[in-house]
Design a protein around this ligand. Sequence first.
Ligand SMILES: Nc1ncnc2c1ncn2[C@@H]1O[C@H](COP(=O)(O)OP(=O)(O)OP(=O)(O)O)[C@@H](O)[C@H]1O
Ligand SMILES: O=P(O)(O)OC[C@H]1O[C@H](OP(=O)(O)OP(=O)(O)O)[C@H](O)[C@@H]1O
Ligand SMILES: [Mg+2]
Length: 293
Amino acid sequence: MNSHRPPRSSASLLRVAVPNKGSLSEAAAAMLREAGYAQRSDAKELVLLDEANGVEFFYLRPRDIAVYVGEGTLDVGITGRDMLVDSGAKATEVRPLGFARSRFRFAAPAGAELTVEKLHGLRLATSYPGLVQSYLAEHGVSTRMIKLDGAVETAIRLGVADVIADVVETGTTLRQNGLELFGEPILESEGILIRRSEAEPPVGLEPLVRRLNGVMVARNYVMMDYDASADIVDKASEITPGLESPTVSPLAREGWYAVRAMVPRKDAQQLMDDLWELGARAILVTDIAACRL
Ligand SMILES: Nc1ncnc2c1ncn2[C@@H]1O[C@H](COP(=O)(O)OP(=O)(O)OP(=O)(O)O)[C@@H](O)[C@H]1O
Ligand SMILES: O=P(O)(O)OC[C@H]1O[C@H](OP(=O)(O)OP(=O)(O)O)[C@H](O)[C@@H]1O
Ligand SMILES: [Mg+2]
């Protein structure tokens, strides 16, 4: 409980839709928890009030979230970009969240050598007919759409479809079913925060977005500290330019400086090697627990 802030009235609560199952669910809850929000401890809870932060969470089917947000029943939600596009709901992306990354792709039996143009008149199975239909319309192709709820990769073997369009992450499911990709990716998807399109941004959205930004920065960046002599400080600063500029402070030892800069986590090892080669020493990397930039 936040001791120096009174609880808000329910009228000013930000109502947030969170996926209750599937690939988005755990990652979304983990991100909200990391951002300091209360999350449900029991997967059967459907609503959770976080009074201290002025937020109420509603746990809903991922596919329904864009509908609730588009209708204005809930203020914001977390869903997949592919699900938002498929829904046709009047909701827009506020920001990507970096989890549940996937591509939406066409696939057919290995060796079929299909192209999008050749899809004309074929039976196409998918759980995302809205997304696929709008892509095909843009390409002037019309198919017979077979709407399935899941396990779409089996549809061809069972004889209900000639081709499929589905979520692909590693490609394992496709390979296991003897299918191969064709055509360009229909969509690059990931978990996203959405809000209603035809309305002012809801009160309370900004602090939520700032917190989620903070989580993403803390996940993707680390803090790098090192000592550098005066003759290499400029070159070292070019290697670690930070987000705006590195902090360079004089050390007690004449002619030496302490340098501090945020660097992308994935580059940290290579940057340490480069700095060492240049002559920097006492190179330390630490996690960023939280931040507001
Ligand atoms: N294997 C995966 N890797 C990465 N993202 C995925 C994967 N499967 C699905 N997604 C993404 O997760 C989001 C929700 O899809 P998911 O399959 O979890 O929902 P669902 O099919 O309604 O649930 P379930 O599969 O439990 O019935 C979509 O945006 C989708 O792109
Ligand atoms: O490329 P891969 O790493 O194999 O992942 C992609 C698979 O994951 C999802 O399936 P999910 O488990 O959600 O089952 P569903 O088809 O019933 O939704 C998706 O629909 C693909 O089938
Ligand atoms: Mg699924």
